[in-house]
Design a protein around this ligand. Sequence first.
Ligand code: ACM
Length: 645
Amino acid sequence: MTDQQRAPGVPDQTRFHLDCLWQPLEDDPAGRLVFELRNTGDDPIAGFRLVFTTLRFVERDPLADNVRLIDRKGYFHEVAPPDGFHLVPGGAWRFSLGGITGEPQHRSEGIVSAYVTEADGERRAVVVGDLRRKASGERRASGAVAAQPFALMPWPAEVAIAPSDVLPGYLVPAEGVTADELSAVSTVTALFRRLFPIEPAPFSLMALPDDRLLRFATDTSLGREGYRLEFRADDILVAAADAAGRQYALTALGQLLRGARAGGGFRFPADGHIIDHPRFGWRGCHLDTARRFFPVGDIARFLDCLAYLRLNVFHWHLTDDEAWRLEIRGYPQLTSVGSVRGPEAALRPQLGDGPEASGGFYSHADVRALVAHAGRLNIEIVPEVDIPGHSTAALAALPALADPDEPAGAYASVQGFANNALNPAIDLTWTMLEAVVDDLAALFPSPHLHVGGDEVPHGAWQSSPLAVRLMADLGINDPEALQSHFMRRVQTMLRKRGRQLAGWNEVGNGAGVETEGTLLTVWQKATIGAGLAERGYDIVMAPAEAYYLDIAHSQAWDEIGMSWAGATSLEAAYAYEVGNDIPADLLPRLKGIQACLWTELIDSRAHFNHLVFPRLAAVAEAGWTPAPRKDWSRFQQLTRFCPSL
Ligand code: ACM
């Protein structure tokens, strides 16, 4: 990984995994620590050193086996393998150290953190497993078995498993699996450890007697993102067609073990199979980071939450009236001015702001790190720059974007922002947008770039002499036609860079844009979605009445959230069935569904979690689970396992 892909708060790419076993010794109850460092990358390494930190530090002569202790200060230890040792892909370096300070009493007293320093000095993050010890006997699940005793979320397409009374230790790859398979297990281990830091991880790469072994197979018949789990007498077979399917299989296994460990009627499977694949290819969640700035670490964690729910698209709303959050080369004012709100700033304080100026934006390094993190979790990031409306921040940053002869207050958006549309009759609009689209294309591998297009105010452009002249030159006389002209020009810019246009449903207004490759996010009435599909647009349904997560749960006065689209209880979000809104013959145009999270009112983590979880899990299940398999009573029992930010 280059430094450009590193950002504080975003987990690094890892190619090493460290497990540790505590072994008591007859002559020393403090015992020793047995380590296994796995190379889960593609290249062999030699001449490296390992740094780890542990509370149980090596105090005395370390009884070192197959290791040199180079340095130890406090909890810091630096060790190296014997000279000439090569750690091959998939291979393990096993070593042990004795003379530790006392007997560990808890899982948390093992290795807390680690990194590898390669021969060239490059330091690489290491995934660290739980401290293991030999189990003192088989652990049995107790209590009554729940009606649907498996903590799977979203629910798979086909579940034919029987509950076990035995609680496995950890799930561990069998000998002989590839480095790539080890890496997949290590990645999902790290995901669970980040999401649930106080719970034991489901996986370990170090096998002990009560563990369940995992074997892997590739099965292309399972299709994109599909997987099959077979629970057999001696092992579990994990079959998938692609990396995403394998990740989802491992995530499902991790969920099953989390549930079984939590008890309350939940169990690990004894035998049987799960055969699973998604209902839709696009299972998304949008996040408005313009109204509210979220540090990159929060976004990384939100991506983790999406991955846990098998959501695969993060629709990242980067600009709006209230802020422009994406660094654009050549236009530093967009972020130096356009991302700051304050009493003396070009942008006034908005919902949640106090007397201090505040702001924040995402640098290219931040974006690269988040795109890489999302990619490792098989999530596509679709960035959104919301144009031509919702552009107050851009206009504040670059005043030359406005027609000087357009009167102040000529029109206003429903949110009360005056003169907030980019003007297609101004050359700077297009030179700036060229730079924006260049950077979007350079930063985001997604085939779709979202360019907004929603809520251009009535009256936009009509009082701009330059825009009126442009309309006359184009032979058009209504702003909707001018918006269509605007978006078609943007579509051409995207196509030149090999990308397709995504936008909100209003992009289809009037003559719209060319339908080929265009994907519209339908947030207004569901009938609009059917109409757009009929006209040849691909659509993603995000109906505000069901899937806008900023809408309050109920109409109770004490409830918090937005009310313009009514209220959406968890049950109502779960009950929404997109198939009722899109006629069968148009279903091929329905690419999927997504939740949207606008953040005007969300000024705390508690507020965020209250609105988002577990409603996001309801949307995830609608995106994944075949409609006939949905079951409200089962879903309700499982919401306790939902992650949160
Ligand atoms: C939107 O809610 N304005 C897309």
